[in-house]
Design a protein around this ligand. Structure first.
Ligand code: GDP
Length: 222
């Protein structure tokens, strides 16, 4: 790590940030949605997946990362949100949008089906490099998120918590939520010990998240 040379607000050196910026400026395209575990694409590219409660800001974050407004569709398209959606970036890696959890209006059975698909994906994906678990910065970790954390620990997939909508609260409040979250995950074996605060609206935290994804997928240079 070259933390000493990095600006204080970033854990990454300028070169890593620049590589990631260029990577995410390259074409990102919707590949496919899988409604069943048998319909997943071949595990032939590195993948990072995004999980979180519905409405946490998952579509906005994926769109913000690639700088496209309409790549990941809004959560109000019910068909799409039940699938695992795959986006290919630069024909080099895939961003994977997992079904949102915590649906208030879905029946219990339907909610379980979404989760089963998500869990099956997490357990059986050798090319899955990291899962980003999105948490609303205003709320922090909630009981409904604990189940997702348990599933991730059980699947033994490396995961990292990303706070969303950080622009909605004051910077000092964001710092407090980051600290609380770090404490809450300290004993969780598969949790990456860094929490990123992001704002898809203002762009805050996105350069670092791009750099995290590039490194997780072993993209060190282009
Ligand atoms: P999803 O269900 O997790 O895909 O959530 P969406 O991306 O559709 O976002 C849910 C709502 O939160 C939408 O109204 C977004 O405009 C809003 N939102 C998402 N990200 C941000 C953000 O960074 N800042 C603010 N202020 N609002 C956001």
């Amino acid at each position: 790590m070259t933390d000493a040379a990095a600006p204080p607000e970033s854990a990454f050196d300028p070169q890593a940030l620049e590589t990631a910026r260029v990577l995410f400026a390259r074409p990102a395209v919707f590949m496919m949605g899988a409604a069943q575990i048998s319909g997943l694409p071949a595990a032939d590219l590195p993948e990072v997946a995004f999980a979180g409660r519905s409405n946490v800001g998952k579509s906005s974050l994926i769109n913000g990362l690639v700088g496209q407004h309409r790549l990941a569709r809004a959560s109000n398209e019910p068909g799409r949100t039940r699938e695992v959606n795959f986006f290919v970036l630069d024909e080099r890696l895939r961003l994977v949008d997992l079904p949102g959890y915590g649906f208030a209006r879905a029946s219990k059975t339907t909610a379980m089906e979404f989760q089963d698909l998500g869990r099956a994906y997490l357990r059986g994906r050798p090319n899955l490099k990291r899962v980003y678990l999105l948490i609303d910065a205003r709320h922090g970790l909630k009981p409904v998120d604990a189940e997702a954390l348990d599933a991730l620990d059980q699947a033994a997939v490396s995961y990292q918590i990303v706070l969303t909508k950080a622009d909605k609260i004051k910077p000092a409040e964001v710092d407090a939520v980051v600290q609380q979250t770090l404490q809450a995950i300290a004993k969780r074996p598969a949790a990456f010990p860094r929490v990123l605060a992001t704002s898809s609206e203002k762009g805050g935290g996105l350069p670092d998240l791009r750099a995290e994804i590039a490194l997780a997928c072993d993209v060190h240079a282009l």
